[in-house]
Design a protein around this ligand. Structure first.
Ligand SMILES: [Cu+2]
Length: 298
């Protein structure tokens, strides 16, 4: 019994030491930092448990391999209390550690958590459609993210709160940037917000992670993290050279010049969105039937 207790104390000390000496590597974003740190903590607990369980198992198999008349363990209150308390301690640790991460706005964002995007924060609207993304900056004159190799490129400044407002015009898509720890469903008719702070400059690959049809695998985008100065420069460039806004998402902005025919009809492109989220027809611009030929830009 003394030896068991000594073993348990050694194990617990090792876990506490491992947690105290947790080396936090440089993280790409606040979100991935929190997730990786939790993953590491759980691993520090899981490894000793695995080692000790396997050790007891192997020891028992070898030690009692020739015993003909095996006897069951008699009631041992001390042993029962030990394993109950040990299990409770492990579960409590896992629960508390996970809650600390899950309740963080950089992992699970809810509008009730803070006042929302502030003056210096960045808001990016990510609108998925079959099959691509419309990335816009609603607080910066609704400019679009430029296209780069691998789809639209969202440019964000580092060390700044960034809010991604994610939605879809047709079916369910998934917004995911694994290296930044970002993942959220894009639902038609709803907006899901996620928040992060990027720490490392660089370009990160984004994907659609919900199988959404034949060209699902082409729904790429990138997130480029730059310095604050470069970001301001990017905004000025984008605002001074307006990019063509013809998007295949149902937002037909090209129909305003059509001759008013009296009969205001929805444009052909809006029928592609059966979800009721069609924002296609500005009320002030009656559009003539047949003139709306929204050409997909890619
Ligand atoms: Cu998709």
């Amino acid at each position: 019994m003394r030896r068991t207790r000594l073993g348990l104390v050694t194990l617990l000390s090792a876990v506490v030491l491992a947690l105290a000496a947790d080396p936090v590597a440089a993280q790409a974003s606040a979100t991935s930092g929190l997730i990786n740190e939790l993953n590491g903590k759980l691993l520090y607990v899981a490894i000793p448990i695995t080692v000790i369980t396997e050790a007891i198992l192997i020891y028992t198999v070898i030690r009692f391999r020739r015993s003909d008349d095996a006897k069951p363990t008699k009631e041992n209150r001390r042993l029962e209390i030990t394993w109950t308390v040990a299990t409770a301690a492990v579960l409590l640790f896992v629960g508390v550690a996970s809650y600390g991460v899950l309740a963080n706005p950089n992992v699970t964002y809810m509008p009730s958590m803070d006042q929302g995007p502030g003056q210096d924060d960045v808001v990016v609207e990510a609108e998925a459609y079959q099959w691509g993304w419309n990335m816009r900056y609603p607080e910066e004159g609704n400019i679009s993210a430029p296209s780069a190799e691998g789809g639209p490129q969202i440019v964000i400044p580092k060390d700044t709160d960034v809010y991604f407002e994610i939605t879809s015009t047709d079916v369910i898509h998934g917004f995911a940037v694994p290296e930044l720890g970002l993942k959220q469903d894009a639902m038609p008719g709803a907006t899901n917000t996620i928040k992060t702070v990027a720490y490392e400059e660089g370009t990160y690959q984004g994907y659609c992670t919900e199988y959404c049809g034949v060209a699902h695998s082409q729904m790429y985008f990138t997130v480029k993290v730059v310095s604050q100065e470069e970001y301001q420069q990017f905004l000025e460039e984008q605002q001074s050279t307006p990019t063509p806004t013809a998007t295949p998402s149902g937002n037909s902005t090209a129909t305003a010049t059509a001759t008013p025919s009296g009969t205001s009809t929805t444009t052909g492109t809006s029928t592609a969105t059966p979800s009721g989220t069609s924002t296609a027809t500005p009320t002030s611009a009656p559009t003539a039937t047949g003139t709306a030929t929204a050409t997909p830009s890619n």
